[in-house]
Design a protein around this ligand. Structure first.
Ligand SMILES: Nc1ccn([C@@H]2O[C@H](COP(=O)(O)O)[C@@H](O)[C@H]2O)c(=O)n1
Length: 406
């Protein structure tokens, strides 16, 4: 069944060669770890913990810092940063948390739980400025550059998301730049900052340690993550909602955060964990952000309660935001942990049958639509009436499909 489907996909989905390619890539090269590392000894972990705590102490100039680190938004810094050239867009688009990269500038800070004992002293304007500069520089060093990802491997979800993305692009061509490519769809479980190879290695160990906790939480049960409906963050990010098993996912995210923090990794965010599946964000392109300030919810009106599919919880990856992505479009993985039976990220037969059905339906619909458009155009040509604007737009939409599949 698998080789047959692999051959069939491009033929079944001629209108979406990008979608077919993405699906093939996803099946042919599942996002598996680049390197699985053995668990490290306790000694180094302790060293990392004190080093990271030291880094934060230095960062915030605090006397008494506990083992709690978080990312905090720092909007002012971005405003003062010089505007990067548009050519940076392509690099930015590789990063999963771009609104944080562009304007939120997530940074690691000590929390309010920290006992702050600051002595008041007279400071000159120059000292204040220098202090701000110093802080800005350090904040930058603590931006998240790694994350724990729950990859989306069910083609039913990927195909449905591409349908929403297409529908949106059809209404506003400019938004093609905002779309998350199907190969990199994921749910973010935990953000972190890793400064060097040693910290990456510690994070790999922390992820291996998390496996036992996750298995304890799951107790052999299969967890179906059901994705349905669309919501947004501040009209800047469009995401598909997780409607079932959010509690268990939150428990896992919390357990992971604790394990990573205990190993001295700067991990976690100030805001509460809200599992979501991002399919578009304005911050993927600075050029776009200049043009579009808000994502209009009417653009995805038809999909507001659409059922996108289920993802069976079976893998978490430690991914880099900055390293070159894999050929299938997924992030570079330092390490992964796998649960249950579905180890190879293979969709089962039912999923494949349902996917083939959808693809055939889509292809037929597309063909009928094309036939109708051509007939209408011919009639207009004979009538001498002008071509409709939508027809012109659909021509350029195909161009953007090509861009999106890059
Ligand atoms: N509770 C949250 C979580 C995330 N965001 C923003 O959404 C963006 C996309 O997040 P992904 O993890 O799916 O890449 C991200 O840049 C966050 O800033 C949010 O606003 N609130």
């Amino acid at each position: 069944m698998q080789p047959l489907l692999l051959r069939l996909l491009p033929a079944l989905c001629p209108a979406r060669p990008a979608a077919a390619r993405a699906l093939l890539a996803r099946r042919a090269v599942p996002a598996l770890p680049m390197a699985l590392r053995p668990a490290a000894g306790e000694g180094r972990a302790g060293g990392d913990a004190s080093r990271a705590a030291g880094a934060i102490r230095e960062h915030d100039g605090l006397e008494n810092v506990q083992q709690k680190k978080i990312f905090k938004e720092n909007k002012t810094q971005q405003r003062e940063e010089p505007r990067a050239a548009d050519s940076v867009d392509s690099l930015m688009a590789e990063m999963p948390f771009l609104d944080t990269d562009i304007d939120d500038e997530c940074v690691m800070h000590a929390t309010s739980e920290i006992n702050i004992k600051k002595k008041r002293k007279r400071t000159t304007g120059r000292e204040i400025e220098e202090g701000i500069e110093r802080k800005k520089k350090k904040n930058k060093q603590y931006q998240p550059n790694y994350f724990i990802s729950l990859p989306i491997t069910n083609p039913e979800i990927t195909v449905s998301i591409q349908a929403v993305q297409d529908a949106i692009i059809q209404k506003d061509q400019r938004l093609s730049k905002a779309m998350v490519r199907s190969g990199s769809l994921h749910v973010t479980m935990l953000l972190m900052h890793l400064s060097n190879e040693e910290e990456i290695s510690t994070a790999v160990d922390a992820l291996s340690e998390s496996k036992v906790f996750v298995e304890d939480l799951l107790r052999g049960k299969r967890v179906d993550l059901s994705f349905q409906g669309i919501d947004h963050f501040k009209n800047q990010v469009g995401f598909v909602k997780l409607v079932e098993n959010t509690t268990i996912l939150t428990e896992i995210a919390e357990a992971m955060k604790k394990i990573f923090q205990e190993k001295g990794i700067l991990a976690g965010e100030e805001r509460a964990f809200k599992p979501h599946l991002t399919f578009m964000k304005l911050s993927k392109s600075m050029e776009l952000r200049k043009q579009v300030k808000k994502i209009d919810s009417n653009l995805y009106e038809d999909f507001k309660s659409h059922y996108f599919g289920d993802e069976i919880l079976h893998r978490f990856d430690l991914c880099s935001m900055l390293k070159k992505k894999q050929p299938n479009g997924y992030y570079y993985c330092e390490s992964s942990i796998v649960f249950g039976e579905k180890h190879a990220a293979e969709p089962d037969d039912a999923e494949l049958v349902s996917l083939s059905k959808r693809l055939v339906e889509n292809a037929v619909l597309k063909a009928v639509q094309q036939y109708l458009e051509e007939t209408q155009n011919k009639t207009r040509e004979t009538d001498g009436s002008p071509m409709k604007t939508e027809d012109a737009a659909s021509g350029s939409k195909n161009e953007s499909d090509k861009d999106n599949s890059k």
